[in-house]
Design a binder for this molecule. Structure first.
Ligand code: NDP
Ligand code: OXD
Length: 309
């Protein structure tokens, strides 16, 4: 049994060390030094070239280095019937929760306004809003959205979540399905998008969705860029209906230099770093899952091919 490793550029060595620490006997083949393709039974990948994974006749499981699997699902030549496992590991979850909490608190405490006041040397208080009067809406109540919701509840925010199926989380108002979407948006002063990218969620944040938010709402977009119709977002920011946005993911990445988001005064922008997979904890998850598979036990966090996440 060999594991193929194809990481983001520059991260291969830290992954190699972490995987071998988790399983010193592992036969690890680091892309592009693959050896005999017939040896490869497992693959751990981030953005493999399209069509590449069909070269391994004995491939049994594909592990995504990220929580999102859209980088795999968009490959029309992905081998059929090979299960895909998404990344679920404590480092990735903790990083996302930190990032979303930081962003929610930033907008909640008017930090963009204070930054503008500072540029103009203005010394002025803005009325403080208690967290229980700030309605935060989380799109996607899965591994990441669920953890974010729990921590926001602990900070006393008025939290709601929207998911495909109904979800019971302590202290979180629940909305689900297409019927729950607009009522959910209507009560989201700060909207966090933590959905996976699927055919159903592509373009979900459009002019209609922004119009359903309360005036002056803020968006924290950390799922995937194509969730957002960027022209509609810009228009909503220009009119002031949307008060601010934290954007970590974009339609085109890296964000092109001509994008108006770079210089937009109401936008906080980061280069798709809301959370990164941590090689050590992720390697433990992957090796444990390989052992489960070899023992004939069900894989943890396998993607449902019908739902696409
Ligand atoms: P999960 O699969 O655990 O959760 C997905 C959630 O989205 C579930 O609650 C699911 O509903 C809900 N959902 C899916 N489709 C729909 C739909 N059509 N309508 C309503 N709700 C829907 O995913 P994770 O929490 O692990 O990750 C979420 C995403 O975060 C990833 O797919 C990735 O794109 C993004 N991400 C971004 C990072 C960054 O650095 N910017 C880092 C890591 C992840 P239900 O519970 O009913 O199934
Ligand atoms: C992920 C990501 O999906 O980093 O994990 O975007």
């Amino acid at each position: 049994m060999a594991l193929l490793l194809k990481t983001e550029a520059g991260r291969g060595d830290s992954w190699r060390r972490a995987l071998l620490a988790a399983d010193p006997g592992l036969d690890l083949r680091q892309w592009p030094e693959v050896g005999d393709p017939a040896d490869i039974e497992y693959a751990l990948v981030w953005f493999p070239p399209k069509g590449a994974l069909k070269s391994y006749p004995n491939l049994k499981v594909i592990f995504s280095i990220g929580a999102g699997v859209d980088h795999l699902a968009s490959d029309p030549e992905l081998p059929k019937g090979v299960p895909i496992v998404r990344m679920v590991e404590p480092g990735l979850t903790a990083g996302m929760t930190e990032f979303v909490l930081m962003s929610v608190l930033y907008h909640h405490r008017f930090m963009l306004d204070y930054a503008e006041q500072r540029r103009n040397k203005v010394w002025r208080e803005i009325d403080q809003v208690p967290p229980w009067d700030r309605r935060v809406g989380i799109m996607g109540l899965g591994v990441l959205g669920g953890d974010v919701a729990e921590k926001l509840v602990a900070l006393s925010f008025d939290v709601a979540g929207w998911s495909r199926s109904p979800k019971d989380l302590p202290g979180v108002a629940r909305f689900h399905g297409p019927g729950g979407f607009i009522p959910f948006l209507n009560r989201s002063d700060i909207l966090v998008c933590l959905l996976p990218l699927t055919a159903e969620t592509t373009g979900i944040l459009d002019a209609r969705a922004f119009a359903a938010l309360p005036e002056g709402a803020a968006l924290v977009s950390v799922g995937r860029g194509p969730h957002v119709v960027e022209a509609d977002l810009l228009a909503a920011l220009e009119t002031g209906w949307l008060g601010a946005a934290t954007l970590d993911v974009f339609q085109t990445e890296p964000l092109p230099p001509e994008s108006p988001f770079w210089d937009h005064p109401r936008v906080v922008l980061t280069p798709h770093v809301a959370s990164l997979t941590i090689a050590k904890t992720a390697s433990e998850f992957v090796i444990d899952n390989i052992r489960r598979h070899q023992a004939g036990r069900p894989l943890l966090h396998a993607v449902d091919p019908d739902r696409g996440y």
